[in-house]
Design a protein around this ligand. Sequence first.
Ligand SMILES: [Zn+2]
Length: 302
Amino acid sequence: MGRLIRGLAGDGAFRVLAAETTDAVEEARRRHGLAPTATAALGRALTGAALLAFLLSKTPRERVTLKIEGDGPLGHLVAEAGVDGRLRGYVGRPEADLPPNERGKLDVGGLIGRGDLRVMRSLPSGEIYDSTVPLVSGEIAEDLAHYLAKSEQIPSAVLLGVRVGPEGPVEAAGGMVVQVLPGAPEEAIARLEENLKAVPGFSQLLKEKGLPGAVEAVLRGLGFEKLGEKAGLPPEIPIAFRCRCDREKARASLSFFTPDELERMAQEGGAEVVCRWCGEVYRFAPGELKALNRGQASDQTN
Ligand SMILES: [Zn+2]
């Protein structure tokens, strides 16, 4: 199970969120049959959505959805996270893959290409805050930092990393946001910048040191204080890939078909509804389709 931790560093100069999402990203890889570079792209976006959900949410039950429309081989990418720690998402072309870039990393920027990042915050009231910025590099961490600075006036450093073998599984995935709070002293900011230059990628840090060790390395000399029970908040939030689809929602989606179409599907042996968010397959037998048809007919006479 992955987890997200929160805290402060640099004597209140920085607000910190960090997440380990290895299992969630592995589940996304398995469910969608993602190639390595596509795994890195969706994994970074899912992790980024989780961090943003906790960074931006003012009330429980909020959700953040990232939509990336790029002109690269991946097509679109959608990642959603709630403050309940649930993540889900999908990409246009799961099989999309590229050779490593010149730094030997999975070429997420190349896979996404140029385009836009749209960030939607859904409030429990049904209200949606929606904001779109152009992609800076398509590497996602940089794009989210740019979004936070531009649209939310939150200066921050964003680190995201996914390490995956040629055949899977995901070995390490996670990320971190360090928000620079108002009045942060110059020396603290300079120290953070030095640290960021010195550390390797976040997935390597995670693999070598685990989540607390990775956070410690990024904040070396700045004193990380984990937010805990003292603040009346859970010290860690469990993070997992978990869709909100179910059999009843899948059945409801069949009501968009006409009675004739449902009848034909029944004659052809049944129907399958595939959830695009998680790849779950819901099968409906001919009898169920016929019952649905009868239900619709009686709705019309009522
Ligand atoms: Zn689903």
